[in-house]
Design a protein around this ligand. Structure first.
Ligand code: NAP
Length: 458
């Protein structure tokens, strides 16, 4: 596959990168493994904390320049890209503050002898990451693992190579030794070869269910621990007592942020029949007031999709939905006044459960709206999904919202809010949305060897 930056606003190919050789991979594995041997017992933690502190400073100093690279790679709005860089810097702050506490040995209570658990590195990791948040996706796996002592080989999406290389360059500039994070333009087969190598001891992937299955199969074949952060078809349940004005304010962020290309975007709005008609009116108001245009212009509110291929795939899904009985409440018209890969925000209703798109992730600015009468029905629709990443419950009655939240089969639920990602909050899903967690303490421990030491009583 070709690694290149094709700006989805101008459709111009801005950069192309040659594929790495097997010898380059061997070099990265050798350098990474040598670091692991130095770091596995907690060696040089202070130095690594300083490097991550410096990385946070560099991210903040170069925020606009880094954000611009992401906008050129995959089209996101410059303001959203700057927010992403700032979020990555906050991961640096959080993990530097927490590293000593997380890595301190844990005493184990036993009635005989003395026991404790050391928290050690496991080896080189293979990270496979997507294009939708080019910096954030790398940061959330690299930063904690660098502090743990796990060096990383990165295979990022083939359509955002410039951002991936820029992130790796910043890590180097922050003072990280060679092998700490090696960004590589490699093929799927080369990813499989890294996973099979005995120096690699873990695999983390964020991406689609399809990509996840392939890479998880390689990991399983080689008995390598892995975490999978996959797609979602997140439900947003609007309870009958929701405040519709407050709700209107979160519709944009929940569905249209990043042109709707967020794994945890709310994709299915499941609305009480008491509010259904009003909800549709408000959603249309929000969807029809977006401004498409140059993502570098701060007044633009809807970015192009990341690629022509992604736009075509989404259009096919909308066409399938409609061919199978869904109604277009708003949108689904070609965008003719822009050159870039824009998709008109679209609202679909009347998607029956046997419609093929009912159980598909639509990764772009398309909202599906369902009507329910009883709350039990809303929960049933929400849970009738192969996916289980995030969900939202919107209500003025917080105890009731919490009761509903606890009944949704997802890894995360937000109450009265769209999705959120913060360093201290664990992130991940269940069912076909994957397994394992990133961020927070849970993410920090994904590739830690909890090494028991037991001293017998004599
Ligand atoms: P994708 O096609 O699975 O690609 C993701 C990454 O996996 C890319 O680097 C891709 O490389 C690589 N890849 C795919 N198949 C591979 C294989 N067989 N061997 C090795 N590498 C492979 O996913 P996408 O469509 O670009 O990303 C969007 C998806 O990610 C959505 O489903 C979204 O919901 C999900 N996502 C999930 C989370 C989460 O935390 N759960 C967060 C963000 C996004 P190439 O680019 O070279 O194909």
């Amino acid at each position: 596959m070709a690694y290149k930056t094709t700006n989805p606003y101008t459709n111009e190919v801005e950069h192309e990168y040659p594929q790495a050789s097997d010898a380059d991979i061997e070099k990265a594995l050798t350098a990474g493994y040598a670091l692991y041997l130095k770091w596995r017992n907690g060696g040089e933690l202070e130095e690594r904390k300083q490097i991550i502190t410096r990385l946070g400073q560099l991210l903040r100093e170069k925020k606009h320049a880094m954000a611009t690279l992401m906008t050129h790679d995959m089209g996101k709005l410059i303001g959203e890209a700057e927010g992403e860089v700032e979020l990555c810097a906050s991961f640096c702050d959080y993990y530097v503050k927490k590293a000593d506490e997380f890595l301190a040995p844990t005493p184990v209570y036993t009635t005989s002898g003395n026991a404790y658990v050391l928290h050690q590195a496991t080896g080189v990791l293979m990270a496979v990451e997507p294009w939708n948040f080019p910096f954030y996706q790398i940061a959330r796996v690299f930063i904690p693992n660098f502090l743990v002592g796990n060096p990383m080989i990165l295979k990022d999406a083939s359509n955002c190579p410039t951002s991936a290389q820029a992130f790796a360059n910043l890590v180097k500039e922050a003072g990280a030794p060679e092998g700490s994070l090696t960004n590589m333009f490699i093929s799927y087969d080369q990813v499989a070869a890294v996973i099979a190598d005995k120096r690699c001891q873990g695999v983390c992937l964020t991406g689609s269910e399809r990509g996840g299955k392939s890479v998880a199969t390689e990991a399983a074949t080689n008995l390598k621990k892995n975490t999978m952060e996959l797609g979602g078809n997140d439900a947003f349940i609007v309870l009958p007592d929701a405040d519709i004005d407050k709700l209107e304010k979160v519709i944009f962020f929940s569905r249209l942020y990043n042109a709707g290309q967020v794994c945890t975007s709310s994709k299915r709005f499941i609305v009480s029949d008491k509010l259904y008609d009003e909800f549709l009116k408000r959603a249309k108001k929000v969807f029809s007031s977006v401004k498409m245009g140059d993502p570098m212009d701060p007044s633009t509110t809807l970015a192009p999709m990341n690629s022509k291929r992604a736009k075509e795939k989404l259009q096919k899904q909308v066409d399938t939905a409609v061919a199978n009985g869904a109604k277009v409440y708003y949108g689904n018209q070609p965008v003719t006044d822009q050159e870039g890969q824009f998709f008109m925000p679209t609202i679909l209703t009347d998607i029956s459960r046997d419609n093929p798109v009912f159980d598909q992730e639509m990764f772009g600015p398309v909202m599906s709206v369902y009507k329910y009468h009883d709350v039990a029905e809303a929960i049933d629709i929400a849970n009738d999904s192969s996916y289980g990443l995030g969900s939202t419950v919107f209500s003025e009655n917080i105890p009731e919202a919490r009761k509903v939240a606890a009944q949704i089969d997802t890894g995360m639920t937000w109450i009265n809010n769209g999705w959120a990602s913060l360093p201290e909050i664990p992130f991940g899903g269940v069912k076909h949305s994957g397994y394992g967690r990133e961020l927070a303490k849970q993410g920090f421990f994904s590739f830690v060897n909890d090494h028991l030491v037991y001293e017998a009583e004599n």
